[in-house]
Design a protein around this ligand. Structure first.
Ligand SMILES: Cc1ncc(COP(=O)(O)O)c(C=O)c1O
Length: 427
């Protein structure tokens, strides 16, 4: 496969963009080698500037549930362009998409749109603090909520359990009100609430984690969080930036029948454009300016082109599509796991509906420590490049989840499964 044009462009990019990219993981540090410079996408495929085509399982990090350039989404964008692109005022598309979300996600009565998932979670945290007049926020190790200062915490060591930042440049004071606990550890959460409950503003969680590979919560974990937050009058925040509208029109919360106070959205609701949103009960959302004292604003928030693309995407989703994607992925995971077992390979695939990841050990992963132990940059790098040469594009890092779109078929998955099992010598 010829990559000469991508190599030359990436070299040029490195002169003008930091590390040649606008988001670190794109630099392929997790898999080594030269990033593809992509020219265009169509359906399930992306094409690089050398003319190579790849079946895309990254899908703009899960945003493109309908694949690339879906006709309905493209039509909505073109229609929107006729009205010009940005006004900084209220427009009909933002009302329509908010109405759609409120109608389908029972815990959400009102929505505020922002421009990224990071902004959504950052603002939801501010809102939780404004509503409760408390400061402490609980998050979970391995859950990613974007790059706001006080959410870039990793669990600290030792009895003091002070969180450290996963980034330089974050003053320790910004983290003194963030506690990062192990995912799925009910006992630990209850202990912390017992001790600090009265000071806890909110708990934020990926209800199905996707940023340490896919980790489905153990039975009762989310319910425990819901109960304990009700008891301590803290705000419960679901970060559905990745899971929102990926598996159900009511989002993951409807599947688990657990209702958060605030939900964060992103990715799919923008139809491939930059977007974020957060929403919840009216009594909580009313604390936001202009109605209340919690300030949050944005020049481009609710941009009409983005809203049109998002609404066209959401309107194209339906139960049959979700069921089909879920069933296809379940079958794929069962088949590759049977093949891995038959070959005695120390690897397994895991999925939640159309979110998938690979674990380089047999034991189930329930938290971030397990996920780290089941990761392997070394094996994943070789696998990634092996698949690339076969025309398959997975996310370029081992702890990222990969995704299916409505354009992927059983044939695509059979081919991916065949390639994954063919690679057996290296696991
Ligand atoms: C669960 C979750 N929350 C928040 C974010 C941050 O979103 P963005 O990259 O749009 O800022 C991400 C991004 O991947 C995410 O997966």
């Amino acid at each position: 496969m010829d990559h000469r044009k991508s190599i030359a462009e990436f070299k040029r990019a490195q002169n003008y963009l930091v590390g040649g990219v606008n988001s670190p993981v794109r630099a392929f540090k997790g898999v080594k080698g030269n990033p593809l410079v992509v020219d265009y996408g169509k359906g399930k495929k992306i094409f690089d500037i050398d003319g190579n085509g790849f079946t895309d399982y990254c899908l703009s990090w899960g945003a493109l549930i309908l694949g690339h350039a879906h006709p309905e989404v493209m039509k909505a964008i073109k229609k929107g362009l006729k009205h010009a692109v940005s006004f900084g005022t209220t427009t009909k598309p933002e009302i329509e998409i908010a109405e759609f979300i409120v109608k389908h996600v029972p815990s959400v009565e009102q929505v505020r749109f922002v421009n990224s998932g990071t902004e959504a979670t950052m603002s939801a945290i501010r809102l939780s603090r404004g509503v409760t007049k408390r400061n402490i926020v609980i998050k979970f190790d391995g859950c990613y909520h974007g790059h706001a200062d006080d959410l870039l915490a990793v669990a600290g060591s030792g009895v003091a359990n002070l969180p450290a930042s996963s980034s330089q440049g974050v003053p320790p004071e910004h983290l003194k009100n963030t506690l990062s606990l192990p995912f799925n550890d009910t006992k630990r959460c209850l202990e912390v609430f017992e001790r600090l409950g009265k000071n806890i503003a909110g708990v934020i969680v990926e209800p199905v984690a996707g940023n340490m590979g896919v980790v489905v919560p153990e039975k009762g974990f989310l319910k425990m969080l819901r109960d304990v937050t009700v008891k301590s009058l803290s705000i419960f925040i679901f970060d559905e930036v990745m899971t929102g509208f990926r598996t159900h029109l009511g989002c993951v919360q409807s599947e688990f029948d657990i209702w958060p106070d605030i939900t964060c959205f992103g990715k799919i609701i923008g139809g491939g454009f930059p977007v974020g949103a957060y929403g919840g009960r009216k009594d909580i959302m009313n604390h936001l300016a202009p109605n209340g004292g919690v300030y949050q604003a944005g020049t481009f928030s609710g941009n009409p082109i983005v809203m049109r693309a998002g609404l066209a995407t959401l309107k194209s989703l339906h139960k049959k599509l979700f069921d089909n994607l879920g069933e296809m992925t379940d079958d794929f995971v069962d088949q590759v796991n049977d093949a891995f077992r038959a070959k005695n390979l120390n690897i397994h695939a895991v999925n939640y509906k159309s979110m998938v990841s690979l674990r380089f050990r047999e034991k189930k992963v329930v938290n971030y420590l397990d996920a780290q132990n089941a990761g392997s940059t070394e094996v994943y790098s070789r696998l990634f490049h092996f698949l690339l040469a076969k025309g398959i594009y997975l996310p370029p890092a081992d702890l990222e989840s990969f995704f299916l779109s409505s354009r992927h078929t059983t044939k695509d998955l059979n081919y991916l499964g065949k390639c994954l099992t063919e690679f057996n010598d290296a696991y």
